[in-house]
Design a protein around this ligand. Structure first.
Ligand SMILES: Cc1cc2nc3c(=O)[nH]c(=O)nc-3n(C[C@H](O)[C@H](O)[C@H](O)COP(=O)(O)OP(=O)(O)OC[C@H]3O[C@@H](n4cnc5c(N)ncnc54)[C@H](O)[C@@H]3O)c2cc1C
Length: 316
């Protein structure tokens, strides 16, 4: 996505056709949860930074549109924080369409339920993921899935010990975890399920492996329990928002501290010391040399652009 956007900037700067330029510089994001909200905020920040290399392009040429069917974005944040993020995105020129749905996206034309219709060269879908249909298709699986409409629909029904809950009680030999499973969230209370994120998935995987060993050894199974320490989102360089659970208190963190904490957490979560060091070194280099705006294909095959320009080869 980053490469596509950077390539579009270069192409738009070299075309004189205003309609082509407009299409190339219109980026549409569907879904304003953490993935969609962070994606639109981060890419807008990157584009604003990259514009200094394109004197022929102006910030007003760029259009970022974020569409969400709900009356708010970032549902995991508090109401006050949601308003803060919404204001910040709008102040930065991102069009946020709330209570609006994508009606169609055909031949590069986006149509939304508020009657808007525009050409866009990039559509980023962040409006949720569905569990693999192999689970709910009666021909391929007879495992019980959640049939009630909502975020858990189509997911395997599991007990807190990660055994799949069959029609006549728990299935002793079928375990499940991760995004495809509705796992009771014991830390959040009755009737709540773990949200689909890597924080839960990797922890559930460890609990699941231990419970399989326990079941083979005839020892009692242990319930999955994880108390979320908070959420953190970055909204571009040095910008962020989040909330952190410290004991019984919830801290509201915004701006640079939230950005720094989100980065620190990602380093902590990165496996192996070598990778942690490499990520931190990359960030440190960026601080000195500013953000790199060269696309990954261009760094891997720098000759391709020359061949294309000289018309001696095909575009790669
Ligand atoms: C854009 C985006 C941003 C995200 N950001 C964050 C974040 O910042 N923090 C966070 O905690 N979480 C984040 N998540 C969520 C996180 O990626 C998932 O919760 C996590 O990957 C779930 O792990 P999983 O193993 O359950 O499923 P997956 O990682 O989806 O793995 C499932 C695997 O099963 C394979 N598979 C599917 N069907 C079959 C089949 N029939 N047979 C064999 N294999 C099959 C798939 O190919 C895949 O490899 C993000 C997700 C997205 C989409």
């Amino acid at each position: 996505m980053r490469d596509r956007i950077l390539a579009n900037l270069a192409e738009a700067a070299s075309t004189k056709d205003p309609s082509v330029r407009k299409r190339l510089l219109t980026f549409t994001f569907i879904g304003g949860g953490f993935a969609g909200g962070e994606a639109v905020a981060e890419t807008e920040d990157m584009v604003r930074d990259a514009l200094r290399y394109y004197p022929d392009l102006h910030a007003s040429d760029i259009r970022f549109v974020l569409v969400d069917g709900a009356p708010f974005i970032f549902p995991e944040l508090t109401e006050d924080q949601r308003a803060y993020v919404l204001n910040q995105l709008r102040e930065r020129g991102i069009e946020v369409k709330l209570e609006t749905f994508l009606n169609s996206a055909e031949n590069g034309v986006i149509k939304t339920s508020d009657g808007d219709e525009f050409e866009s060269d990039l559509l980023v879908w962040n409006a949720g993921v569905k569990p693999a249909p192999v689970l709910s298709d009666a021909e391929s699986s007879d495992l019980p899935v959640v049939t009630e409409r909502g975020p858990m629909m189509g997911k395997l029904e599991a007990l807190a010990d990660l055994r799949v809950n069959g029609v006549d009680g728990p299935l002793d030999n079928v375990f499940a975890a991760g995004d495809c499973t509705a796992v009771p969230d014991l830390a959040s209370g009755e009737g709540k399920f773990c949200p689909p994120n890597a924080q839960h998935a990797v922890r559930q995987a460890k609990r699941l492996a231990d419970n399989i060993a326990r079941s083979v050894q005839g020892r009692p199974l242990v319930d999955y329990y994880h108390r979320n320490l908070g959420v953190m989102a970055t909204l571009g360089m040095y910008k962020g928002v989040g909330r952190l659970q410290v004991g019984d208190k919830e801290l509201d963190i915004r701006g640079l501290p939230a950005w720094a904490m989100a980065r620190a957490y990602h380093v902590y979560a990165m496996p192996t010391f070598g990778r942690k060091a490499s990520v931190v070194a990359g960030w440190a280099t960026n601080l000195i040399s500013r953000r790199d705006i060269i696309g990954i294909p261009q760094t891997e095959t720098p000759r391709a652009a020359f061949e294309y320009a000289a018309n001696t080869g095909k575009k790669k």
